[in-house]
Structure formats: C-alpha cells, structure tokens
Design a protein around this ligand. Sequence first.
Ligand code: BG6
Ligand code: MG
Length: 222
Amino acid sequence: MKAFIFDLDGVIVDTAKYHYLAWKRLAKEFDFELSELDNERLKGVSRIDSLDIILRLAGKQMDQAKKHELADKKNTWFLEYVNNMTPAEILPGSVNLLEELKTASFTIALASSSKNARTILNKIQLTDYFDVIVDGTMITHSKPHPEIFIKAARLAGVPANECLVFEDAEAGVEAAVHARMRCVGIGNPDRLHKAFIAVSDLSRLNLQKIQSLFQHADTVKS
Ligand code: BG6
Ligand code: MG
C-alpha cells in the first residue's frame, strides 16, 4: 500500500449523525419519518441524490427548484451543527492512524462526497494531514460511482491497487470496489460485507496491523 484514502463523515469525524438529524428534520416537514435503516442508504451519497432517495421513500414528487430549496435548508441546519462542533468529535483512532501514516511518509488522501469537507476538516484542525483532498465540489458522480476514488488516486500519483480506502458507507465501499481498490469498512460488518474487512472504528487498527493483514492476503493470493 502506498496511499491511504479516507472518507470523512462517519470515518474521521462523527458528522454522519448530523446529516441524519438534519435529513430527519427536513423529512418531518413533509410528514415522513426517516428511520436509521433508511438513513444508511443516504451515507456517502451527494446532497441532492440523498433528497431524491428520501422523496422516493416518502412517495413525494416536486420540481427541481423546490428540491434545491429543501436541500439548501437541510444544509443550513447541518452547518449549524458543524459550527458548534469541536475536535472532541473526531472519531477514536483517526488522529493516531493519520499521525502514524504521516510519520512513515505515506500519501494520505481524503475522498468525501461532501461539499462541506474542507470546512469540517478546518473546524477539527486536521487539514494539514492530507496531501490530496477530493470533495463533493470536484466530482460529477456521487458514490457508489468510483469517480471520487479514481480522482484521489490520480492526484496522489498512485495506482488503484496500491491504494487502501477507509469507508463507513455501503455506497462508499461499493465505489472503492468499483475503483479496484481494497477497502476497510468502518461499522457493522453485515452492512459492509463487500469490504475486505470491517472494524468498528479506526482505533482497532494501526499501520502494523494493516500491513500484516494485506501482506497475508497477498501471500495467500500468489
Ligand atoms: C457524505 C455523507 O460524506 O457527504 C452524506 O456521507 C452527505 O450523508 C454527502 O449527503 C454530501 O454532503 P454535503 O455536506 O455536501 O451535503
Ligand atoms: Mg461516510
């Protein structure tokens, strides 16, 4: 592995809960109760595609102008939560792993569908760890499309098979697999079964564990 590509929301920082709270609040406005299970389908997916999924679940239709108005409203609420966030909301193990990778001079990339990724990274003061940042403003297709990971690898100058992705979203794991990258799932292994392995959070891993895991896999393969 030469490059490590991190998703942001739900992997590095606990912002996935704020996306859920804001979407739930918005869905209530058209009398739809957004469950946690349905919310899993929104993870990793762009703002407007997420709204489309909710509208489909709620059996509602509306024109593009209205959709953009609602998506903006959700984003305003989301940013209110983000604004009150502190580095204490960085998820367990993220800083240790970033620190270890940086010390060992690996390339570190961020691949987040969020248009707010840079704001969030600045807020939690982790921007300087990343050699490459690809966010929602730089892509045309949302995860599960592999565009974001392919772009991150290209900017890092590292071939796909030497990149390792960390993802909490089913759509994100799928995108990594489509990009022909190995992926560590963060969260429930049943949901993230397409990942190479799944762990509850990054504190379960360190560089040595990651290297031995993948060296072993490569030995078995060859
Ligand atoms: C992803 C989140 O990181 O970013 C999704 O997992 C979110 O839930 C997407 O919809 C887009 O985020 P934003 O901040 O541009 O609305
Ligand atoms: Mg995520």
